[in-house]
Design a protein around this ligand. Structure first.
Ligand code: NAD
Length: 248
């Protein structure tokens, strides 16, 4: 029996990168998983490989109706919801602060922060009604821990995710619903390398003490622990998975 036998999870951004690695790991541990993503082709390909334990739904995590439908699908398809992994993300607005367009700024916060609010809102409603707790996992970033690790909108949004994880951990503790953030460093995914793998490898060698690159499976391991019973008393925490970048 796998570590997540009987567990139903929603993973946003589950069609790629660390979300996909987590979906694969969760299903290997006997969970049933709903992958929610904007990328229909990749999402459908993922669930075809994962089999009957997985469903895909096209979802824009910044749109309330989409997130509500995603949570509903988990309950309709698998009967309950135990784990909400709010993970989808984008790099967002780039450039000098004097030049950033307000719509780009707002869109970045929509995908990175409103998504976590909405995922928490709808998942917690189901978990509270079920009455037997749950685990909400939010992908933040080392960029949210200090100003030096990312662009302005992205970093500020990820700082908001860390704080929102703490406030909701406090609010939901009485319901045995745990809320934690994962703060990845440089993880080798399409978002990180953006098609230029040589540049990404160079960046890692420059910034990261650990000799090998971080993979989506490294985040999946942390998410598995946060999803399962071994982290029963862990809530309001940020877990850094960064090959010692922020140890300096
Ligand atoms: P990725 O690009 O491989 O995967 C992100 C997924 O999110 C994609 O499948 C994409 O289609 C989906 N997505 C984007 N916008 C969406 C939206 N509005 N609605 C639904 N789905 C949407 O990237 P990844 O590196 O696996 O990123 C996962 C999370 O990790 C993100 O929150 C990212 O900010 C965070 N993160 C990544 C790194 C890194 O180095 N890769 C570091 C720190 C934090």
């Amino acid at each position: 029996m796998g570590q997540l036998d009987g567990t139903v999870a929603v993973i946003t951004g589950g069609a790629s990168g660390m979300g996909l690695a987590s979906a694969q790991r969760f299903v290997a541990e006997d969970a049933r998983v709903v992958i929610a993503d904007l990328n229909v082709e990749a999402g459908e390909r993922a669930v075809a490989e994962l089999g009957s334990a997985a469903r895909f739904i096209r979802c824009d995590v910044s749109v309330e109706a989409d997130v509500a439908s995603t949570v509903s699908l988990a309950v309709e398809a698998f009967g309950r919801l135990d784990v909400m992994f709010n993970n989808a993300g984008i790099g967002g607005a780039f450039g000098p602060i004097t030049e950033i367009d307000v719509d780009d700024w707002d869109a970045t916060f929509g995908v990175l922060v409103r998504s976590v609010f909405l995922g928490t809102k709808y998942a917690a409603r189901v978990m509270i009604e079920q009455g037997d707790g749950g685990s909400i996992i939010n992908t933040a970033s080392v960029a949210g821990q200090s100003g030096g690790n990312g662009p302005q909108a992205y970093s500020a949004a990820k700082a908001a995710v860390i704080n929102l994880s703490q406030t909701t951990a406090l609010e939901l503790a009485a319901h045995h619903i745990r809320v934690n953030a994962i703060c990845p460093g440089l993880i080798f995914t399409p978002l990180m390398h953006a098609g230029d793998e040589a540049h990404a490898e160079g960046l890692m060698r420059e910034l990261q003490p650990w000799p090998e690159r971080g993979e989506g499976s490294d985040i999946a391991g942390a998410a598995l622990w946060l999803a399962g019973p071994d982290s029963r008393f862990v809530s309001g925490e940020s877990i850094t998975v960064d090959g010692a970048i922020t140890a300096a």
